[in-house]
Structure formats: C-alpha cells, structure tokens
Design a protein around this ligand. Structure first.
Ligand SMILES: [Zn+2]
Length: 98
C-alpha cells in the first residue's frame, strides 16, 4: 500500500480528498485557500498510532485553523461523534415540539 511518505501518493491523496470534500474543510466547511488559516492540511480520521492507514478512506482535509484547533487529545472520530450527537439532540428537540 502506498504511504503519504511517497510524494507522488501524497499529491494524489491531497487532490482526491480535496475533490471529495468539494474543496472545503471537513469541520468548518469553509473553502480552502492557498495559504494562511484556510490552507488545506491532510489528516487521518483514525490516528496512525491507533492503526489508521494512509488509505484515502482514512484521510480527510481540514483547514489549518481547524487542524490546530482540534487540540491534542481531541481526535477526529470524537469530534464527528459529538457533532452527530449535537445534531441528534437538536433533531429530538424539534420533534418534541411537533
Ligand atoms: Zn476548517
């Protein structure tokens, strides 16, 4: 399997993930720019430490800002789970009103 250490695969992966997400950050959904806070960074959904691979399926694009903001102990899976739970709670609340 190719790894991100391979510059060719890394370029390919960046392009693919960028396309898959429509050129937007996974977290804040803002459009990436060439440089600065919204520069695209590639990251692993499942940390490599925990057995995550460099496969496209395990890669996501986040802007520099979100990548920094993610913090040390917060991982992507946890963030996504929290976002889902928040949405479910919001949905539940709107259903109660009906
Ligand atoms: Zn972002």
């Amino acid at each position: 399997m190719p790894t991100l250490k391979d510059p060719q695969y890394r370029a390919f992966a960046r392009r693919e993930v960028h396309r898959r997400q429509g050129g937007r950050c996974l977290y804040c959904h803002r459009e990436f720019t060439e440089a600065g806070e919204l520069a695209m960074t590639l990251e692993h959904l499942k940390a490599k430490m925990k057995g995550g691979t460099d496969h496209l399926k395990n890669l996501a694009a986040a802007c520099w800002h979100c990548n920094q903001h993610r913090g040390k102990q917060m991982n992507t899976t946890k963030l996504l789970k929290e976002a889902k739970m928040a949405k479910r709670a919001a949905d539940a609340r709107s259903e109660e009103k009906v």
